[in-house]
Design a protein around this ligand. Sequence first.
Ligand SMILES: Nc1ncnc2c1ncn2[C@@H]1O[C@H](COP(=O)(O)OP(=O)(O)OP(=O)(O)O)[C@@H](O)[C@H]1O
Ligand SMILES: [Mg+2]
Length: 302
Amino acid sequence: MEEQMSELREIMKDSTSNTGTSKKGNHKTRIIAITSGKGGVGKTNIALNMSIAYAQLGKKVILIDGDLGMANVNVLLNVVPKYNLLQVINKQKTMDEIILDTEFGIKFIAGANGFSKIANLSVDELTYFAEQFSSLENADIIIIDTGAGINHNVLQFVAAADEVYVITTPEPTAITDAYGIIKIITTEIIDREINIHLLVNRVHSADEGKRISERIINIVGQFLNYKVNYVGFVYDDPVVQASVIRQKPFIIINPSSKPAICIKHIVGRIEKTDNSRSEGVSSFLKKFLGIKNSWFFIIFDI
Ligand SMILES: Nc1ncnc2c1ncn2[C@@H]1O[C@H](COP(=O)(O)OP(=O)(O)OP(=O)(O)O)[C@@H](O)[C@H]1O
Ligand SMILES: [Mg+2]
């Protein structure tokens, strides 16, 4: 046990030092979680198309399907992954073996039902997982598509990420649930400040997006005393549904469509925002694993 713990410490030290495989001296992978209160508001489409837009900027992007109940990024990509995160957790595969190259310039890691098992993993299994996850630190950005609503898996990803993008639509139920998830995030994750951004999907005008974001930002400010940042909107457009049916991202099949242009604007805006607080893969791991395994905090000296 003691030996395994020191192994874990070494892994975390290695990936924090950013020597080894990282190209730039101060290279830190930016880790973004995409979430929502209400389901079906467009998270997966936005995560996927944002990932591709990032890749088109010349970035190394990894998209992780963190929707562990109903993993479906692969459906939008029209791929049938042979392996997923579960095989890494079970020590049957390496991260390298499960990560998929796609024709769109992004890498993709398929999600797994039963990932919540992370709470019950042995030190040996955690060591392996941490080691494998650390191999992702060469990426410029990791985008995690989480499931909707308030469950522990979602919070685990959200709490570990550098930034969280909450997606809503103009529907009153989506707005209420967006407030609900922001409230949970801000009240549950109290050990540090987390950057929460708001994206309004399926709007019919820029004004509508602004109006809805202002409403949420005001309520969050008033009742939770928290500042949420509005990152932009995506138009409601039949091209999204058509791309889902064709199982090809809309940014690829229709790059000049309104939703594609919105996504490119949003990515451009995110790219311009201050990234200096990004803490990279090792920090993500500490937070991700530490939530359910408080003894991890001791191991990693956090
Ligand atoms: N901007 C848009 N314009 C038109 N339709 C949209 C738009 N965004 C999403 N949709 C529709 O909503 C559906 C659900 O989108 P998506 O699967 O991305 O949502 P989700 O939030 O990931 O859902 P879940 O909570 O089930 O994971 C899409 O299949 C599409 O039909
Ligand atoms: Mg989804």
